[in-house]
Design a protein around this ligand. Structure first.
Ligand code: PHB
Length: 397
């Protein structure tokens, strides 16, 4: 398998390079005109509670391209970056910087659902090809679906859809849901409630913390008083570390089982330590998935970055695979929009998460796994839902 670093750089140099300024190409080829290159813009969080997620996505994307010799459809690649800080108020400006100032051919972004909404607005206005490597905002592949917008991750509806039945099957009929008060948490809750109530459960209380706050104490006291059968949740990144640790420190871990969408324990298990043991989640990936594609991917990621891959790295990687497939089919002609869109619509991605296909609304149709944290690992217990497709409500493409 190709290594990301092929020009004699050490891994340390390479990692420093990853953080370098916008506009710096990692693989310059002498004599190649700037306009010949495929211009890729990363609009991702590199600071704040989701910083680690943004870095993993970029790492995964670059790894996929490195495996194609660093090229797309035979053409060199030039990268541009903007730190969107997971700040929805700056989303339109940041998307404009990448799309209108840097004139990228493809925008790869982002993590936060609210920021994604601003990015999609600019992508729709300009017709720029947009690939969403994380943000689950349902509207992106629902009422705002568009020919030039594709998602390689999940919709917020998907990860918590299988969770309600799992919890009822485990005997928990009264649940509290706790999350950040913004689109991703609200939509995860809505989907959870739909599935949970259909399976015979009832959500007795919805608890919210403003994003990205991590002051959970008052709400944990409230949970203790409510005595639900179980707690379900959506948190991710730095906030997920703090929530899982606080939940255990409040003495709730052994009394009220904790569940969530799998982001709760994704890429953060080392930091959560013993507090995460036993937490059950549903997600479209698990580190220990027993397929050769996953093993090879994890080994290559570890070798190149000195880090363990997680779902965010996989989503970035699959974004690179999708774009590479499409540009190959279009003969490297990034201006051949119809060919690129047709190729993406028909894509089958042989992913570390398992094979997935693109829905009509441009969102992955994929398996969801039930995982349980055991000895610091998200152990796969079962396939919670085979080939789950987002309902794409409001999409009329
Ligand atoms: C989102 O805002 O859509 C989001 C952020 C982090 C996650 C999942 C979803 O881990």
């Amino acid at each position: 398998m190709a290594r990301v670093v092929t020009n004699g750089q050490s891994r340390r140099d390479f990692l420093a390079g990853v953080g370098a300024l916008a506009g710096v190409s990692l693989l310059p080829l002498a004599g190649c005109a700037r306009s010949d290159k495929v211009r890729i813009g990363f609009m991702l969080p590199y600071t704040g509670t989701y910083a680690q997620l943004g870095v993993a996505i970029e790492n995964g994307f670059r790894l996929a391209l490195a495996e194609q010799g660093g090229r797309l459809g035979g053409r060199e690649v030039e990268y541009f970056k903007v730190d969107d800080e997971s700040n929805p108020a700056k989303a339109t400006d940041n998307a404009n910087k990448i799309i209108n100032r840097d004139k990228v051919d493809v925008i790869v972004g982002t993590v936060h659902s609210g920021v994604a909404m601003g990015m999609i607005k600019v992508a729709r206005e300009t017709g720029t090809l947009a690939l969403i490597p994380n943000a689950g905002a349902n509207a992106a592949t629902g009422e705002l679906c568009a020919p030039n917008v594709f998602r390689t991750s999940f919709s917020n509806w998907q990860p918590t859809h299988p969770l309600g039945k799992v919890m009822v099957d485990n005997g928990h009929r009264k649940a509290v849901f706790i999350t950040w008060k913004y689109a991703a948490g609200e939509q995860a809750l809505e989907s959870f409630a739909e599935g949970y109530e259909a399976a015979g459960g009832s959500v007795i209380k919805e608890l919210f913390v403003p994003f990205p706050n991590v002051e959970f104490q008052a709400l944990l006291t409230e949970i203790a008083a409510l005595k639900p059968d179980a707690v379900a949740s959506f948190f991710a990144g730095g906030g997920a570390v703090k929530f899982v640790k606080d939940y255990a420190a409040a003495g709730l871990k052994d009394k009220i089982p904790l569940y969530g969408s799998g982001f709760l324990t994704e890429g953060v298990l080392d930091a959560q330590g013993a507090a995460a043991e036993g937490v059950m989640t549903t997600l479209h990936y698990a580190d220990s998935l027993d397929n050769s594609r996953n093993k090879a991917f994890r080994a290559a990621y570890r070798e190149n970055y000195g880090l363990e891959a997680d779902v965010y790295a996989v989503q970035g990687y699959d974004t690179g695979l999708l774009l590479a497939q499409a540009l190959d089919k279009a003969g490297g002609d990034i201006s051949n929009r119809d060919a690129i869109i047709a190729a993406m619509e028909g894509a089958v991605i042989d992913s570390p998460r398992g094979r997935w296909t693109m829905s009509k609304a441009h969102n992955p149709i994929q398996d969801f796994y039930l995982r349980r944290v055991e000895n610091g690992d998200n152990k796969v217990i079962a396939v919670a839902w085979k080939a789950l497709e987002d309902p794409a409500r409001g999409c009329s493409m």
